[in-house]
Unconditional design. Structure first.
Length: 88
């Protein structure tokens, strides 16, 4: 009897937990990220990070937001918690 060797590839799901720690979203690829800048009365307020029309969090600068996206994309963990949480 001939034994066949099979290569098993496990795809581990990745989840994103928003900055407020109250919602979780399934990560389905990097093309769903959106970065939107916010202004009030002509003054820059913050940069918001969205994933599939779901708000993930706010950042002080565009660079901070981009770095967060890279950390989400390249994490090897099953869950990624968006940084910047501050309990009021």
């Amino acid at each position: 009897m001939r034994h066949l060797k099979r290569k098993v590839v496990l795809h581990i799901m990745k989840w994103i937990i928003n900055q407020d720690r109250d919602k979780i979203y399934k990560y389905e690829g990097q093309s769903y990220f959106q970065i939107k800048d916010n202004y009030f009365n002509g003054s820059f307020i913050c940069v918001n990070l969205w994933y599939k029309d779901n708000f993930l969090g706010s950042f002080d600068t565009f660079n901070e937001c981009i770095e967060e996206v890279f950390r989400i994309i390249f994490t090897k963990e099953t869950f990624y918690i968006v940084s910047g949480y501050f309990p009021f």
